[in-house]
Design a protein around this ligand. Sequence first.
Ligand SMILES: [Zn+2]
Ligand SMILES: [Zn+2]
Length: 355
Amino acid sequence: MQAVLLEEFQEPLTVQDVERPEPEPDGAVAEVIGCGICRSDWHCWQGDWDWFGYRPDPPHILGHEPTGRIVSVGEDVENVEEGQEVAIPFNFACGSCDLCRNGRENICENHIGLGFMNQAPGAFAEEVHIPNADLNAVPLPDGIDAESAAGMGCRFMTSFHAMAHRAPVSAGDDVVIHGCGGIGLSAVHIANALGGNVIGVDLMDEKLERAEALGAVATVNAQEVDDPATEVRDITDGGADVSADALGIATTCQNAVNSLRKGGTHVQIGLTTSEEEGMVSLPTDEFVAKEIDFKGSLGLQPSRYSEMLDMVESSKLDPTALVEDTVDIHQVPDELAAMSDYNTVGIPVCNEFSN
Ligand SMILES: [Zn+2]
Ligand SMILES: [Zn+2]
């Protein structure tokens, strides 16, 4: 089958013929129907995430935002059947560690990152393997087909967990999203649906226009003001209740924290780049004086997908609104290369794998 291969970090990606996966006893194989193309693929390709354990040994198949149709299941799988359409979270869980058993499968002790770790070849491929499929394959309800669910990849589900669970956003909260790429725009859309008054911050007017179309009540072009955090505090009359850094660079993280009012909550969604290597200096004393909460957010528990899927089924959320364009597998390397300039808008999805 065809797959997008990382053969050497930072060197051009290629589409090559590789072996089809076979299901492990507890696993399943899905034919990939759609797979979002994401800045996280780009980071992995750049070799940025060494310290996070997301550095596979090449050659490795990239791609971590698939939806698919089950084509084969292992002998121990009970709840997943051939023909079923499924969402596939990127952060595979074991189901048996303490965190999994306490409903926090997204940060499972035995976490396997799809497309990021050797144990899980990715989904820019005709077929993908899902380990522990009873937990990690999430059947889609009848009202949602795998094609339209393809916009629900890591950016959308991660933003859902960040806004709905970690923040959590309540009706009337002022919510500021720093960085309006795919994950930031998803957060804008979701926070708006949860009743927040959302402010989008970015450097590109095109992205801010998308943020407004997705429900932002105000936007700030960080290039056009002295200090975006001061601007947000002015707009919100004292600061936001919730801030998120959806990009993961020192500036956006610091701006997001500085945008908060007393008692506010910052949610860190973006992982940092090779520049920060996970370290960002922050106004720690203000955390004390203002009683600010700083929270991390990773993925979404498979057991809580139904909350998001319910909101999609009832049209409160629309993952297709984030999808910028659809491409075939041969265009994936170029789409990822274009991310080096930060000028992609919304979420591109690969939906043609075998041509
Ligand atoms: Zn676990
Ligand atoms: Zn992603």
